[in-house]
Design a protein around this ligand. Structure first.
Ligand code: GLC
Length: 569
């Protein structure tokens, strides 16, 4: 493997959620002209690659993850000409582009499904998963992860089709060789155009057990969701997660998927320097370390309400030794399916300081980091207050669950739905303090409500002008990371600390060592780097210069402050 084929090991990825990023034609939704206009800002920020959430034509039932044409770009984003211009302009600036690859399902409006549905003997009937019911019931008791049965009855042909996600997202039948051929052709279509890789959506859901056995969990999915809504601590969270796994065991991570990943890897390896990251935390998707996906997200790191040294250490000690030789880790704290990290891990008092420490962690732990758009301005969740403003069907489903199953009043149901809907972290980016945060004109309704804090300085223009802002912290730490091969490619050693609030670890590579000290508690700490074998002269990079001091060789850290000490040997 040449040095260049490993560019993705050193790169910092940045997820763009296209509808929310930047609106170039003043219609309240993001688009390619908007994205192009911000590329210089992203270059200046210091990211190396973009993961673009689905940009394809879509009826938008699942916010673009229901694709009706795989080989085109959504007209409302500017269509194919503007997509190509975006790709070219990103490449001109040395920024690579990774697309979202949704293999499991299409939209129910995709011409393939319309054909498949048209009659039992249509040549594309078997491109999807059609089964007879059991009497008047669906073929088995499987659920759709978004609520209700996984089977939808089609009265015209008298059979049910399978959908792991919404009814509008029928699963493709990957056991049909024609489906595989069509999808691999589509993969080559984009690779030929010059895109740099793919993020593989919901990759564990490709196959389901052909025998269709009933799943054994007694609780209904609604009961499970109710438990999930009331999770109080990480232990309860883990128990609920375990039951969900049992409930969906026949619909997830079936062995055949690894053969398929090996085939897909061969297709991608026909091209130089491309990369695939899986939306899965299953280590098995790394294959032997070189024959399936290049990267899989370390989601267990995100699955907590408070990032503590204990949580991080357990995560690293549990996960890293399991990776096969040659596999490379991949860490993130946020994406379009979860709350913004600023809100999720904050304590309501020290949110910005905590976010800075968490960012330092994600950029210094071994592995490729993925950032989520808007976090660099310190953007937090938006609170939706009206039923009409929900776009994500998850919000509408939770509203129904609260109102119709649990008997909550309207206000409570909206509040709970707002807390669970994925809309809260998909809020449009805040570029300035003008109306609608400069995302779109003040007199245009953005597709999702803005977080009003853009007017209080949480926006790009204000932050770029303030040397000590969150945005400038992101910019400086990304630049610092680039100066250090130890931080990008180095080995990692977690060190034990006598303070349970302090995370201490080393990254090192021949000729260079970094010691990372992260205070994840609110009390001040004094650390002597010599105690960790770090007696040389070093350069220091801190989360906040006013909160991290050198006193002789001692490092003094205020609450929620962290430093990277970098020594050249
Ligand atoms: C993935 C996406 C999510 C989507 C689902 C179905 O989990 O990240 O947003 O709803 O797949 O495509």
């Amino acid at each position: 493997m040449t040095e260049n084929t490993q560019w993705w090991k050193k790169a910092v990825f940045y997820q763009i959620y296209p509808r929310s990023f930047a609106d170039g034609n003043d219609d309240g939704i993001g688009d390619f002209p908007g994205m192009i206009s911000k590329l210089d800002i992203l270059k200046n920020l210091g990211i190396d690659a973009i993961w673009l959430s689905p940009h394809y034509p879509s009826p938008f039932v699942d916010c673009g993850y229901d694709i009706s044409d795989y080989e085109d770009a959504a007209p409302e984003y500017g269509g194919m000409p503007e997509f190509k211009r975006f790709l070219e302009e990103a490449h001109k600036r040395g920024i690579r582009l990774m697309l979202d690859l949704v293999l499991n399902h299409t939209s129910d409006q995709h011409p393939w499904f319309l054909e498949s549905k048209s009659s039992k003997d249509n040549p594309k009937r078997d491109w999807y998963i059609w089964r007879k019911g059991k009497g008047n019931n669906p073929p088995n008791n499987w659920y759709s992860t978004f609520g209700g049965s996984a089977w939808k009855y089609d009265p015209a042909t008298g059979e049910y089709y399978y959908h792991y996600f919404y009814t509008e997202q029928p699963d493709l039948n990957w056991r049909n060789p024609e489906v595989k051929q069509a999808m691999f052709d589509m993969v080559r279509f984009w690779l030929d155009m010059g895109i740099d890789g793919f993020r593989l959506d919901a990759i564990g859901t490709i196959y389901e057990d052909e025998e269709l056995p009933d799943q054994p969990v007694k609780a209904t999915l609604e009961e499970m969701h109710r438990r999930q809504l009331n999770i109080k601590n990480d232990e309860e969270g883990k128990a609920v997660y375990k039951d969900f796994k049992a409930m969906f065991q026949y619909q997830h991570d079936l062995p055949g998927v690894h053969e398929l990943m090996k085939e897909l890897r061969k297709v991608v390896d026909e091209y130089d320097d491309r990369v695939m990251v899986g939306e899965t935390d299953e280590i098995a998707f790394y294959g032997n370390g070189a024959d399936e996906l290049h990267l899989n997200f370390n989601f267990p790191l995100m699955r907590t309400r408070k990032i503590t040294p204990k949580h991080v250490i357990e995560n690293q000690l549990e996960r890293l030794p399991k990776l096969p030789d040659g596999a490379w880790p991949c860490n993130t704290l946020g994406n379009h399916d979860c709350p913004r990290m600023f809100s999720e891990y904050g304590d309501g008092i020290h949110d910005e300081a905590i976010a800075r420490v968490n960012l330092m962690m994600i950029l210094t732990l071994k592995g490729t980091p993925f950032l989520y758009n808007g976090e660099e301005f310190g953007m937090s969740n938006v609170t939706i207050t009206s039923l009409d403003d929900f776009v994500d069907p998850v919000g509408k489903y939770i509203y129904h669950l609260e109102r119709d199953v649990m008997g909550a009043d309207v206000e409570t149901a909206i509040r709970r739905a707002a807390a669970w809907s994925r809309d809260k972290g998909r809020n449009p980016l805040q570029w300035s303090r003008e109306g609608n945060g400069g995302f779109c004109p003040a007199n245009v309704k953005p597709w999702l409500p803005m977080n009003p804090n853009y007017a209080d300085g949480v926006n790009y223009s204000d932050e770029a002008g303030d040397e000590y802002s969150m945005w400038n912290y992101y910019r400086k730490i990304l630049a610092f990371r680039k100066t250090s091969t130890a931080l990008t490619l180095g080995e990692q050693h977690i060190l034990s600390s006598d303070n349970e609030n302090v995370l201490i670890f080393v990254r090192e590579i021949e000729g260079e060592t970094c010691l990372i000290l992260l205070n994840m508690g609110d009390a001040k700490v004094i650390i002597d780097p010599k105690a960790y074998g770090f007696a040389r002269r070093f350069k220091m990079f801190s989360t906040d210069e006013t909160q991290c001091h050198l006193d002789g060789q001692n490092v003094k850290l205020d609450g929620y402050a962290g430093v990277i000490l970098k020594a050249n040997q």
